[in-house]
Design a protein. Structure first.
Length: 133
């Protein structure tokens, strides 16, 4: 009696496991079919995708080379500007030292005197103004 009951319970357990795994196996089968369709579609489109990817990589390489060339040109221009600025700074320092020489001091003072004389002559030769008080 115990053996028959054990066999009955064991067969019920196997039946229940089979009953619960059948829908699972059905879902796995549907999933495999879907994956198979996706795999076929990917195999058809993969060469085009790789071709587009190679073209994009080539365009990126060209862009990088162009940018590097432009940066090199810009660096050359900046170096030239720096060189000109250095020359101008040297010229300015030489001029500052040169302007302290007596000849340049005399010219500066002579220019100031000439300007003062011109203002005086303009004021002296202009008609007199009436001062309203």
């Amino acid at each position: 009696m115990y053996v028959e009951l054990s066999l009955l319970l064991l067969s019920m357990a196997v039946f229940l496991m089979a009953a619960f795994t059948a829908p699972l196996l059905y879902q796995v089968r549907k999933l495999v079919k879907g994956l198979q369709v996706s795999q076929e579609m990917l195999q058809r489109r993969l060469p085009d995708i790789l071709k587009n990817l190679d073209e994009a990589a080539e365009q990126m390489k060209l862009t990088v080379h162009t940018v590097n060339d432009q940066v090199a040109v810009a660096a050359g221009v900046v170096k030239r500007v720096q060189a000109v600025a250095e020359v101008l700074m040297e010229v300015e320092s030489v001029l500052r030292l040169g302007l302290r020489l007596p000849f340049f001091v005399f010219l500066r003072n002579a220019g100031a005197v000439m300007k003062g004389v011109r203002v005086f002559l303009n004021a002296y030769s202009s008609p007199r103004r009436q001062i309203k008080g």
